[in-house]
Ligand binder design. Structure first.
Ligand SMILES: Cc1cc2nc3c(=O)[nH]c(=O)nc-3n(C[C@H](O)[C@H](O)[C@H](O)COP(=O)(O)O)c2cc1C
Length: 199
């Protein structure tokens, strides 16, 4: 049996809940080498939306301003899903027509997502059975997406899951949550992506 060390990390987070996972991290060189190999095909998301289960056409829309923390999370999730991630300022409501799964992500500014994200969601039409997920980065490690979530639900969108992790905040000369999102945070984002519905 190989040596291992328990590593605590945030795996995923739903609204109002902080959920921490424990994974076994191999420490021997051979075990480490094995650990970086891709997971088996049955456990691996296919590359590209066309290959994802029953092919949910997916797009991510994000707003990231302070240190581009949320952009890094968006890119990690998008790459895992084989989906495109677009800046909220480059997206108009009709651009989202035809997508079955939409991810909305934002840095947190004043206990809420950025106004541009609210404006986009305000402009959205009927849900037509579409699924959405949320993601955010913030300094406090809390979920501040409640208003956006409620807005989407009121329009009939089904919020299937949510991811949040810490993000560097530099008010003045102070550094809060330095190093975040970390490699571990991005791994957790990819793991989150793998668990999103594919049909
Ligand atoms: C003006 C401003 C306001 C912020 N307000 C909050 C806040 O209310 N709660 C919080 O947890 N983090 C807050 N933060 C920290 C950011 O949410 C955090 O740095 C986030 O990762 C930034 O994401 P971005 O780089 O994608 O813009 C604030 C940051 C700034 C610059």
């Amino acid at each position: 049996m190989r040596d291992s060390a328990a590593v605590k990390h945030r795996v995923r987070l739903r609204a109002g809940e902080e959920k921490w996972g424990t994974c076994q991290s191999p420490v021997s060189p051979i075990a480490s080498a094995i650990d970086i190999l891709p997971p088996p095909a049955y456990n691996r998301p296919a590359i590209g939306n066309d290959n994802r289960g029953a092919a949910l056409k997916t797009i991510l829309v994000y707003s990231s301003k302070h240190h581009m923390n949320t952009e890094r999370v968006a890119q990690a999730i998008a790459t895992e899903l084989g989906a495109e991630a677009r800046k909220v300022t480059d997206v108009k409501s009709p651009d989202l027509d035809g997508f079955d799964l939409i991810g909305f992500g934002s840095g947190i500014n004043g206990f809420d997502v950025h106004p541009e994200m609210h404006a986009l969601v305000d402009s959205l039409g009927e849900a037509k059975g579409r699924k959405v997920f949320l993601f955010s980065t913030c300094a406090s490690r809390k979920v501040w997406t409640g208003k956006l979530r409620e807005k989407l639900a009121a329009k009939g969108y089904s919020v299937v899951d949510e991811f949040c992790c810490a993000g560097l905040w530099t008010p003045g000369l102070v550094q809060v949550r330095k190093g975040h999102p970390s490699a571990e945070d991005l791994d957790a984002a990819r793991a989150f992506a793998r668990k999103l519905p594919s049909s």
